[in-house]
Design a protein around this ligand. Structure first.
Ligand code: IPM
Ligand code: MG
Length: 355
């Protein structure tokens, strides 16, 4: 039976990069005799313009029925002034909540050919191979909030950070399981010197660690972790953290890895999982055909791996990306003298030719 992939291009460069990833998926499906079906759905500002909401029910329902979701990006200055409850970003937050996507995996592995793109010295970056396991449906992102209220004569706003033991349990279990298949090291990142939620987090992670004698657990404060990522990134294997800290640290880790345009992610849920590049919708270059499709292509590889169990096909895509880079193909964000400058389409072709 065909496996159904819902494709959500979204806004900005979203349609260019998802088109690329689907072309690569079609080629790999042919090669490995996979039966894949694609169903395109709207979300983000594009959906807001058409239907007045960033996440139509039809889109969420289609995702629930699918075997996997490939997501481009949402957002853009065009929608900066819409009601906060209807902002394009609400589409991705609504999908995370609606699909129960509790874990976000963001791997950062620096290919030798890309070491020079990192703002860090090559000797610091060589060999970096880490994955951030970010809690994705709790914490301050989904706590109670108030946009505006008057208190003691002053206007204020607030967002509530909160975590329950079961929420921390399930994300830490996934982090330990992930570490077991890697180098066996979990660094749990919190702010336990200040925040009550972080103290509960730390305690709960320590309990979970007792089930994994083969995995080493370290605790690190988030400010220190931000510094360690910039000074000694190769020490990390699995970084386990909450929603807000994970958001910030994963962008930092991505630039350490050279280019945010190259980084994929998987958001693992109770039923359907979702795959997206970690960069945004880049409205400034939308429609120009120059966006880097690699983050989305590698996200499609993660979809094959985690949602369809097609490890071989996933690795084929990852190897093809490495080969295209080795052959000197670079999109504008990474292009330098001596390399072949590729449009989105040319980069896609180069990957497909290496498959
Ligand atoms: C990300 C993004 C989102 C987040 C935004 C678009 C809501 O920055 O996936 O990291 O903050 O989680
Ligand atoms: Mg982010």
């Amino acid at each position: 039976m065909a496996k159904k992939i819902v494709v959500i291009p979204g806004d900005g460069i979203g349609s260019e990069i998802t088109t690329s990833a689907v072309e690569v998926l079609k080629k790999v499906a042919e090669k490995f005799s996979l039966d894949l079906e694609y169903d395109y759905k709207d979300a983000g500002g594009t959906a807001y313009d058409k239907f007045g909401v960033p996440l139509p029910d039809d889109t969420l329902n289609a995702c629930k029925e699918a075997d996997g979701v490939l997501f481009g990006a949402v957002g853009g200055d065009k929608w900066d002034n819409v009601d906060p409850a209807l902002r394009p970003e609400k589409a991705i937050l609504g999908l995370r909540k609606g699909l129960g996507l509790y874990a976000n995996l963001r791997p950062v592995k620096v290919a030798d050919s890309l070491v020079e793109y990192s703002p860090l010295k090559p000797e610091l970056v060589k060999g970096v191979d880490l994955v951030i396991v970010r809690e994705l449906v709790g914490g301050i992102y989904f706590g109670e909030k108030c946009e505006s209220e008057m208190k003691d004569g002053a206007e204020r706003a607030w967002d509530l950070e909160n975590y329950s033991v079961p929420e921390v349990d399930r994300i830490s279990k996934l982090a330990f399981e992930t570490a077991k298949l890697r180098r066996g090291k979990v660094t749990s990142v919190d702010k336990a010197n200040v925040l009550a939620t972080s103290r509960l987090w730390r305690r709960t992670v320590a309990e979970m660690a007792k089930n994994y004698s083969d995995v080493e657990l370290n605790n690190m404060y988030v400010d220190n972790c931000a510094m360690q990522l910039a000074t000694h990134p190769s020490q990390f294997d699995v970084i386990l953290t909450g929603n807000l800290f994970g958001d910030i640290l994963s962008d930092e880790a991505a630039v350490v890895g050279g280019s945010i345009g190259m980084m994929p992610s998987a958001s693992i849920g109770e039923c359907t999982s979702l795959y997206e590049p970690i960069h945004g919708s880049a409205p400034d270059i939308a429609g120009k055909g120059i966006a880097n499709p690699v983050g989305t292509i590698l996200s499609a590889a993660m979809l094959l791996r985690y949602s369809l169990g097609e490890e071989e096909a996933a690795q084929a895509i990852e190897k093809a990306v490495d080969s295209a880079l080795d052959k000197g193909w670079r999109t504008a964000d990474l292009w330098r003298e001596g390399f072949k400058k590729a449009t989105t389409e040319e980069m896609t072709k180069a990957v497909i030719e290496c498959l």
